[in-house]
Design a protein around this ligand. Sequence first.
Ligand SMILES: [Fe+2]
Length: 118
Amino acid sequence: MTKKMQIWKCKICGNIVEVLHEGSGALVCCGELMILMGENSVDASTEKHIPIIEGNIVKIGSVLHPMEDKHYIEWIEGVGKDGEVAKKFLTPKDSPVAKFSFEVMKARAYCSLHGLWK
Ligand SMILES: [Fe+2]
C-alpha cells in the first residue's frame, strides 16, 4: 500500500519515484521491493538540510547546503495551500534555493548523499 507523495528508491539501480495515486500493490524495481524514503527533519550533521520557507522562496539549510559534484541538493519541492506542488531540479552548479509562483506552506528537499528532508 502506497500513499500519495511518498518517495521510493531502488537500492540496486538508484531509481527514485514519487507516488501520484495510491494503490494497494508493492513497488518493485530491478526485481526487488523498493525502499520508502523517510522524511528526515532532525539535522545532526554539520551541513544543513532542513528547508527554510520564506513566502514563495525555499532555501536549504540555515547555512546553505554545499553544492558539490558528489554531494548536492538534487531538488526542492514546494507545496501551496490550494494543492499546488512544484519541484525545482538543481545541479551542483546551482544554489540550493528555489523560487515558486505560490506561497509555500510545506517543503521537501533531496540530498544526493543524505536523502529526503522536510
Ligand atoms: Fe547533504
